[in-house]
Design a protein around this ligand. Sequence first.
Ligand code: SAH
Ligand code: SF4
Ligand code: F3S
Length: 455
Amino acid sequence: MVFEGLILNNPKTVEKNNFNRSSNNKKVYIETYGCQMNLSDTEIVLSVLSDFGYNETSSVNDSDIIFLNTCSVRENAETKIFNRLKHLKGLKRKNPAKVIGILGCMAERLKKDLIEKEKIVDIIVGPDEYRKLPHLIENLFETGEKGIAVKLSKEETYDDITPVRKEGISAWISVMRGCDKFCTFCVVPFTRGRERSRKVSSIVSESKKLFDNGIKEITLLGQNVNSFNDDGQDFADLLKKVALAVPDMRIRYATSHPYDCSRKLLDTMAEYENICNYIHLPVQSGSERVLKLMNRLYSIEHYLEVLYYAKSIMPGVGLSTDIITGFPGETEDDHKMTLELMEKAEYDYAYTFAYSPRENTKSYKMIDDVPQDVKMRRLDEIIQLQRKLSLKMNKKLVGKTNEILIESLSKKSGDFFMGRTDCNKSVIVPRKKYMIGDKIKVKIIKSNSATLFAE
Ligand code: SAH
Ligand code: SF4
Ligand code: F3S
């Protein structure tokens, strides 16, 4: 998953999206931070607001309402929001009628403390209460009363809401919400509440609609998709039904927890050609002892078994992971075990983080005893090793032919396109007569640790 990135509104797509069902002349500007779930939630928020006539704007200055959809996963994610609020103070001073709202995980974690601490904040809404947004905004305009809605729900999945998506060839479909895994370091079970799944039938029909609207690739989202359960149908069943319903759509998903990542799921991935051979399998640590302290529920042996099985039935499967360094009590030996595991796993990519203690989690009570400089040194060693591994994995592809889906122009030059392989590798190709959304066969001619280049 992608974290803490600020997703800037793209003025062009925003213009296209202006949803004028019953315009009320109020303009909403949203910045999204955190993981893909938050990006997908922003699309739900836009849909809820559009039904009440709000229009999206890409200009923070021009807006009547500013929402920050926030992340709490590490301290620096929250610091970013506090700094952003400092910047927004000037805007609020100039125009006190401007509404400033905090959505998402920080809203859920800090609740009314956030309004007390940050006077410029008018509205606080947690991930399960987005349907209340129009009401809270209207009430604020009418009475001047600030609004808070942060109840977590056991049922809310926004199943009936059609997200307002940005223009493009890819789309997210959130298939389940919440997490019951309670890894000892993680705030997500507290900010997102209990696990609940959408209906298979509604996900299948959403996929079909997206395909009819020109979408070429969907990503099914959940904090732990292995917990998907709609009346006994598990995630593998869902994946199979979607694969059959939209045979020409590329299908990805995130995220799978190694503890309950089943053979059935991997077999399903291998069986259907349109399910991408790419798996994000966060390991967190290579040390059994640390995994126990993290309550990750699997052993290294089990983890490698899952991984080797995936590699055996899907040769060349793309593989990425998440790693935390400096968890309480992590020794130099534990750290070395993580490096060893990375060599064995041969990841294509790793998302790496220094441990950040989060209030209310179990590990918050453990002593955060790895000094910051040691955490950073270990993190650096992990990043360096991953760079080496990524380079090695990418070199293996040179000379091979791969199918890519063209996603966008290359960032560096308008003469090139960027496309992605089934295994989630970025490939740069000459533009020629191709178009965004084309699937083409290319021959990889060179590579570095981040990118492949093709003819
Ligand atoms: N459900 C997803 C993870 C969501 S959080 C999963 O299990 O894969 C994404 C990543 O952030 C986690 O995998 C972990 O590596 C990292 N993370 C979570 N809490 C953290 C903390 N307190 N400090 C540092 N990294 C953390
Ligand atoms: Fe957090 Fe663990 Fe749930 Fe992932 S599985 S969201 S790391 S508690
Ligand atoms: Fe962050 Fe919440 Fe996602 S804490 S990682 S935005 S679920």
